[in-house]
Ligand binder design. Sequence first.
Ligand SMILES: N[C@@H](CCC(=O)N[C@@H](CS)C(=O)NCC(=O)O)C(=O)O
Length: 269
Amino acid sequence: MLELYQFELSQFSEKVRLILDYKGLAYRKIEVVPGIGQLELFRLSGQRQVPVLKDGNTVIADSTAIALYLDKTYPDRPIIPTNPQQKANCLLLEQWADRSIGSEARSILLEGLKNINLRTSILPTGTPDVLKNLVGSIPKEAIDILGLGLGLTPDAIKASKAEMHRSLESICMLLSQNSCAYLTGDTPTLADLTVAGLSLVLKIPEGPYLDIPFNLKGKGVPGFADNPEYDLFFTWRDKLYADFRKPHLPNINNNSGAAPTTPTTISID
Ligand SMILES: N[C@@H](CCC(=O)N[C@@H](CS)C(=O)NCC(=O)O)C(=O)O
């Protein structure tokens, strides 16, 4: 079975999970423990970031490389159009989304964390493992900010927010002008799955897709998640999730030494 080395709350991992679900491919999630688990990941893949896909003896790092590998190896339900114009639009949109929505959303995640009231800058002794794992699943940059108050300056966060507003306005414009249901045509492509998956940290989908505490679902970054101007985008994304994303199922046999991925219900102050 395909194995996905991931962080549950990582937006690039979510992009790959959405692609796997869209293509109807079964996979086992292996939750990487931040720090020590990333050393193991380095041994496996030659780099320390998630997502990494293992397919038998083949190991692929990077969400774009994984997407291209999956589409080539498992051609059913293709995600790269064959029509040259649609293909170019799809690949350009994916590249743009990785660099804009991907990095900008991560930069402003701090706001989202404040919003969901996840006050964990100093985790006390006895913090439940599940919460540690959840915090561990948040990108390193956000933890730096949370833990040390270092990292992104307020000006950098402000610039990221402005950039993200521009991106969402453009996506909404594209969706409202489009005669098709998706960004490059009438079926979902890598462009749609990327834009939708990467927006995870802007607003966590409400449905049963992720192994996270219930009260995080539907939460997100103020000014984005609750902004009526972006209703069109989130409605479109949530429909794509309802149509193609599969509900989270706990891994039955997880003997990898990785963090457990069983369902969790804890209350977070
Ligand atoms: N270009 C990579 C980006 C992957 C990435 O940024 N992963 C983040 C999580 S969303 C990560 O592993 N951060 C931990 C670290 O950099 O140590 C991709 O498309 O997969």
